[in-house]
Design a protein around this ligand. Structure first.
Ligand code: TNX
Length: 566
């Protein structure tokens, strides 16, 4: 699809951030303890206990290497804007030291899956954050819990904390206690790096956006008709030939194994698990271009740079196809420390009925042999169950008997309803990027649904979590990725994390509004959605306003998905 969108380049983004840091000197309304996104489980404000982060503050933590890593991450978050040294010390002392203490309770019994929603404890990802006049203490059973607590702490500081350069500010934190743990264990976003290829640096930045909102899975859609993006040693032409194309005829690209490892370890340091997807048996034109022996007619198709779906497939009747799948999934599994391997399975329109289910069942067994747990789009539903199987539901109508039946046979669901969670859908008819086949998705639509009751008959306990996919047929740059993710990603994050009892559009909209200044200060592009009451810039007030998307003329007079800076 031809798009005429002006993209802010890196220099523009950097200038915006500097400009923003200066403009934001006018203090916004102070952050309140309940302002956090996603909404915490329990918030007990105590205004008598507000605490000022001072230049001589220290970060103290136990000597546990994982806790020390979180402490170092926190220091790196806070140093640029504050200009404070914030030394990290490895002695756990009470926050009376005048600083921030990260306390790992190290209760191993809380680390297994069974305790994820344990009411008595903080669980594998929970934390408690206490702000008193003596300082801040974050307590958790795991380093992951501490990390989520750090993201909460970050949001309790003034928005200028996101500035890359020192800012004159009173670094005040609101007093009180937050006790928090997620509703669902799987909270993710998907980036389609196949339709358009994005360099490693862009992916790392997306990981940072996930981490801010306590999302813990990055699903990479690594292969599709338009490009194969991961190096496979045993089938080298997949990436060198199959990776050399993308939608619209651009050069494409692929990740070397070192690139992929870099993404995985950057994500791991942010407590994000990478979920690789190799889409099979359809969406495979790029593989067939590289290896015609996999094609049903053994003839190489032309490379594909359009946006249609459903025409390609690897030959399910040829043993060579299963050698290919075994080799590819084996190499990808070996590169991936996380437990999941996603095999796609969607829109294989030319592989039908028993041939399709037979193919899926065999591929599921190949995944099991790698030691990973299989994930696939919900089209996998009719195939036999295998241990742990997870279906990613992307329908637009929650009455889905085939998926319900698969759940009865033991499958769990990741919910990505196309008409609520598909972040490649336009916000509004005039959104310059995106599609609309599943409807328009404004922020309210992204927020107003319940993963625990969305698919008829499927209750909370069969729901592993939620994921927001970003398909990139029309998305061509980091700025466009951010424009589509923000502000909808925090809405999906809140559905995955927060107790249902906190669900409230008016409250969410108000809490979300404060994040615009944070994104601006960090140089992050976002859509200034009109239904969110972004604060009046410079006035330091939370007065609701209803701004429009700025339609600054680009070089070709196209609307600009700008950084929406004031
Ligand atoms: C459907 S969702 C697809 C993708 C497209 C997307 C565009 C799914 C499993 N398949 O191939 O990119 O729609 O919104």
């Amino acid at each position: 699809m031809p798009l005429s969108v002006h993209e802010p380049d890196a220099a523009t983004l950097a200038r915006s951030a500097d400009k923003a840091a200066g403009e934001l000197l006018a203090p916004p309304a102070p952050v309140q303890l309940p302002d956090v996104v996603p909404a915490p489980q329990r918030v007990e404000p105590d205004p008598a206990e507000d605490w000022l982060l001072s230049p001589d503050a220290v970060i103290v933590t136990s000597a546990d290497p994982a806790a020390l890593t979180v402490a170092a991450y926190l220091a790196e978050l806070l140093r640029p804007a504050t200009g404070y040294p914030l030394p990290v010390t490895d002695t756990t002392r009470p926050a009376a030291t005048g600083g921030i203490a990260l306390v790992l309770t190290g209760d191993d019994s809380l680390k297994d899956d069974a305790s994820l929603n344990d009411d008595d404890g903080l669980g594998a990802e929970g934390y408690q954050l206490a702000v008193t006049r003596a300082g801040v203490t974050i307590t958790a059973a795991t380093a992951t819990g501490l990390f989520h607590g750090v993201q909460t702490l970050r949001q309790l500081l003034p928005p200028t904390i996101e500035s890359a350069v020192p800012v004159t500010e009173r670094w005040m934190l609101p007093g009180g206690t937050i006790t928090d743990a997620p509703r669902f264990p799987y909270r993710g976003a998907m980036l389609d790096v196949a339709r358009h290829f994005f360099p490693v640096e862009d992916v790392l930045r997306v990981v940072d956006h996930l981490a801010r909102y306590k999302l813990n899975h990055l699903h990479l859609h690594l292969t599709d008709d338009q490009g194969w993006r991961i190096a496979v040693d045993s089938w080298p032409r997949l990436s060198t030939v199959g990776g050399a194309t993308e939608v619209g005829g651009g050069p494409g690209g692929h990740y070397t194994k070192a690139d992929y490892r870099r993404i995985v370890s950057y994500a791991a340091a942010r407590h994000v698990t990478v979920v690789p997807e190799i889409d099979l048996p359809g969406h495979t034109n790029s593989a067939l271009v590289a290896y015609p022996e996999l094609a049903p007619d053994k003839v190489a198709p032309p490379p594909y740079t359009g946006t249609e779906v459903g025409f390609s497939y690897v030959d399910p009747a040829d043993e060579r196809t299963y050698d290919f799948i075994t080799d590819v999934l084996g190499e990808v599994a070996a590169l991936t420390p996380g437990p999941w391997l996603h095999i796609g399975g969607d829109e294989a329109f030319k592989v039908k009925g028993e041939v399709y289910t037979g193919f899926v069942e065999r591929t599921q067994r190949i995944v099991a042999d790698t030691g990973k747990t299989v994930v696939g789009w919900h089209q996998l539903a009719p195939a036999a169950h295998v241990d742990g199987r997870v279906l990613q539901w992307w329908g637009t109508n929650g009455d889905d008997p085939a998926t319900l039946e698969a759940v009865r046979r033991g499958a769990r669901l990741i919910l990505s309803p196309g008409n609520h969670a598909y972040l490649d859908m336009k916000y509004a008819p005039d959104t310059p990027v995106g599609q609309d086949w599943a409807g328009l998705i404004d922020v309210r639509r992204a927020y107003d649904w319940d993963p625990g009751s969305h698919v008829t008959g499927v209750a909370d306990d069969a729901v592993l979590g939620v994921e927001a996919p970003l398909w990139t047929e029309s998305v061509t740059s980091l700025a466009e990725i951010e424009f589509m993710l923000l502000p909808r990603l925090p809405a999906i994050a809140e559905l995955g994390w927060s107790p249902r009892a906190t669900h409230d559009w008016a409250g969410f909209r108000d809490r979300l509004a404060g994040h615009g200044r944070r994104w601006t200060a960090a140089g992050i592009t976002f859509h200034r959605a009109p239904e969110v009451p972004w604060p009046v810039e410079g006035a330091g007030s939370a007065q609701p306003v209803r701004p429009q998307i700025p339609a600054q003329p680009g070089p070709d007079n196209a609307p600009v998905p700008s950084t929406d800076n004031p």
